[in-house]
Design a protein around this ligand. Structure first.
Ligand code: FES
Ligand code: FES
Length: 152
């Protein structure tokens, strides 16, 4: 029996420990905000936070997460999250939206570690989050905007 925390609530899993965290979140927990893209850690659509840091849930077996603290887009909160949400709305970042929960989780992770990132910091932190609608310029602008909101 694997015990972990998902969005602040206790959760357990009794099945195959090789099941990716992404399946656990979507199919067992019903948290469908986290998306499946590539399944091989190449697109970032499935990004969640594990113990406060961005993690690709498609390649994270549930069996490795005993005691972990998992946060998905549904449970993200705190000053970085609020700033990112406001910036995403102000700059109208999403196009189709499919990649955006992963983008937001990576952006929140970046701002948690680096509240005033440069363009280079942003490009480095976000490089693994692919957007087929090419919203990259707006994502970068929104992260700068979010950093400004956190200062204010
Ligand atoms: S679905 Fe996990 S990185 Fe693409
Ligand atoms: S907004 Fe469409 S894939 Fe990023």
């Amino acid at each position: 029996m694997i015990k972990l925390t998902v969005n602040g609530a206790p959760a357990t899993f009794d099945g195959d420990p090789s099941m990716p965290l992404l399946w656990f979140l979507r199919d067992v927990q019903g948290l469908t905000g986290t998306k499946f893209g590539c399944g091989v850690a190449q697109c970032g659509a499935c990004t969640v936070h594990v113990n406060g840091e961005p993690r690709r849930s498609c390649v994270s077996p549930i069996g490795t997460l005993e005691g972990a603290d998992v946060t998905t887009i549904e449970g993200a909160k705190g000053k970085e999250t609020e700033a990112v949400r406001a910036a995403w709305v102000a700059i109208d970042v999403p196009q189709c939206g499919y990649c955006q929960s992963g983008q937001i989780m990576s952006a929140v992770g970046l701002l948690s570690m680096n509240p005033k990132p440069t363009d280079e910091d942003i490009d480095l932190a976000m490089t693994g989050n692919v957007c087929r609608c090419c919203t990259y310029h707006r994502i970068r602008a929104a992260i700068h905007d979010a950093a400004g909101r956190m200062e204010g």
